[in-house]
Design a protein around this ligand. Structure first.
Ligand code: NA7
Length: 546
């Protein structure tokens, strides 16, 4: 029997989280293109579908961390809290999918396992886990940045007799921790949120900590109707201010320099930002803390002191207070009562830096010195193969059989963190070397989808089919991204997913553009205004030339 020829679409979208939903909406409903989207999950949500662990919560205020593209949507939607929990964000995305009738264009429970470019036809072929294929002129990767959980770098997880839970792929059923002995590995944002919540109900909770983190208060509170009214009345201005801010939030009180301030002025600013919460301490206190070691030392010391005030046991506080690396060079977690969790009698902290995890055993975790900790449940909050992982997982092959994995063997090579040379018509929404992971993600997504769709419009308007960066433009962008990182303290970090080296064997390369979202957007605008400078468009302007 002859199998039917694969269907050819205008565009394939991979992912149905914030990025995929918006991409489907714009391509299908605003451009009338024939679009299909795929997601390995059973429904929409992306990050917010998988990360259902207790305590999972956004850490940019949802009035800002939400779509801006539809005025009615942003006016009508009501957030119950300043920083809502995972379930509420998932309900929002569910509502968006219904409101714009997006599900009919999405194939769920379908993982894309290969994407291959056909030079002859200038088409991508996507292959699913079930071996089905389809083709399209354009591929929009909306596969996310923190969507491939890190595989444990210690042996024995499969031998554990109890339940192993991953924060990044949490089960859909209720998990009760009452009366159980829970061990958790990892104190990044996920671990810290989960610990704060699980500590309230677990029989015993043992936290296995390698590198202590600089966590600061999120400052969550139920939505204040007055504040909500005022924000909605001024939403356009708020979005504009967000888009013009380094991190994509409308904060505006940053002072130039912590080292130039007196100790009293510093204390006053730190106290104020600490008390008001969010990323204010990180991004809206002093402008030099991510750039100047002496400035960073002042805030690092401040956070250590606050940790000591909150944790009763001095030895535990000593272990929890980070030393020896700058604040902000690992992504700072935000918390509610995290440090107070360690004052509970059922919570204990184990230092696995001085005594590393050797293996998971059927009964629990064995450390290098032979000590064993016994658990009924083991939680891995060990992070993600960030930024490049979701793209590499799709086995992408570009021009002339060039594999993305080979092109990126020494770290990601992109132009604008959006496209790669040799991979035509493949748009990587919030890709590596873009500002996305240091920007407000929904706004970063809207910028990237809009840029991609405008590029498609430009191709159509000029009678071309294909856009790709030139190798030189890519080389220059990589150099520029690295140069920006060198001007910050990021290279002084210990292992960090910002630098890729949280994954054994992954090259230590900065994965984020550190020039800030406004500079990045200005650069994108300049490139477009110059006729897509740094991109090769083909075939040459055939239609227009004649
Ligand atoms: P993170 O921030 O990468 O944190 C992972 C944590 O897991 C971190 O504390 C790691 O310690 C720890 N880890 C990883 N491997 C080990 C081993 N082998 N032994 C002990 N501890 C280990 O991931 P999250 O999921 O918390 O957060 C990711 C992002 O999601 C977050 O930044 C937000 O943007 C949302 P380490 O620091 O490497 O010593």
């Amino acid at each position: 029997m002859v199998s039917p020829a694969p269907k050819t679409y205008d565009a394939i979208v991979v992912g149905a989280g914030f990025a995929g939903l918006y991409a489907v909406h714009v391509l299908r409903d605003k451009r009338n293109l024939d679009v299909v989207a795929f997601d390995a999950a059973g429904d929409v949500g992306g990050t917010w579908y998988w990360n259902r662990y207790p305590g999972a919560r956004v850490d940019i205020e949802s009035v800002h961390y939400s779509y801006s593209f539809d005025e009615d949507l942003q006016q009508e939607w009501h957030w119950s809290e300043r920083f809502p929990a995972q379930a509420e964000i998932l309900s929002y995305l569910d509502h968006v999918a219904d409101r714009f009738d997006l599900r009919r264009s999405i194939r769920f429970n379908t993982r894309i396992t290969a994407l291959t470019w056909d030079d002859e036809e200038s088409l991508w072929t996507a292959t699913t886990g079930a071996g089905q294929t389809c083709r399209a002129r354009f591929v929009v990767s909306a596969a996310g940045t923190l969507s491939v959980p890190k595989r444990p770098d210690f042996p024995g997880v499969e031998d554990f007799a109890g339940e192993v839970l991953l924060t990044g792929n949490w089960p859909h059923h209720e998990v009760s921790f009452a009366g159980t002995r829970v061990g958790i590995i990892g104190v990044g944002s996920s671990g810290i949120q989960a610990i704060s919540e699980i500590a309230k109900t677990a029989g015993e909770l043992t936290v296995l900590q390698r590198t202590p983190n600089y966590a600061t208060p999120i400052g969550n509170y139920p939505t204040d109707p007055e504040e909500e009214r005022a924000e909605k009345a001024d939403y356009a201005a708020i979005r504009e201010a967000s888009r013009n801010h380094f991190l994509g939030v409308p904060y505006s009180e940053v002072r130039p320099s912590a080292v130039a301030a007196t100790p009293e002025q510093r204390r006053q600013v730190f106290d104020d930002r600490w008390n008001r919460g969010g990323f204010r301490l990180f991004i809206d206190s002093f402008g030099d803390i991510l750039f100047d070691k002496a400035a960073n030392d002042t805030i690092a010391q401040y956070i250590r002191e606050r940790i000591h005030e909150r944790v009763h046991d001095k030895a535990t506080a000593d272990l929890l207070a980070p030393e020896g690396y700058p604040y902000g060079t690992k992504r700072p977690p935000l918390e509610t009562d995290y440090y107070e969790s360690y004052n509970r009698p059922n919570v204990s902290l184990v230092d696995v830096k001085s005594n590393p995890i050797d293996a998971v055993t059927p009964a629990g975790v064995r450390l290098a010195d032979g000590t064993e900790h016994h658990f009924d449940v083991l939680i891995l909050a060990t992070g993600f193969d960030a930024c490049t992982g979701p793209l590499l997982a799709m086995n992408i092959t570009g021009r002339g059989g060039l594999r993305l994995a080979d092109h990126w063997s020494d770290g990601p090579q992109t132009y604008l963190g959006l496209m790669a040379a040799g991979f035509p018509n493949l748009f990587m929404i919030t890709g590596p070397q873009s500002p996305s992971v240091l920007y407000n993600m929904p706004l970063a997504i809207e910028d990237h989808v809009d840029f991609s769709v405008a590029a498609m419009d430009h191709l159509r308007a000029t009678g071309r089919d294909v856009i790709e960066p030139t190798p030189q433009a890519e080389k220059d962008w990589v150099a520029h991204t690295n140069e920006l990182a060198q001007a910050t303290l990021l290279p002084d970090s210990p292992t960090s997913w910002y630098m890729g080296d949280n994954i054994p064997g992954k090259p230590r390369r900065v994965l984020v553009y550190l020039g800030g979202a406004p500079a990045y957007r200005a650069k994108c605008d300049e490139i477009v205004a110059a006729g897509y400078e740094g991109f090769a468009l083909s075939p040459a302007e055939r239609a227009l030339a004649r």
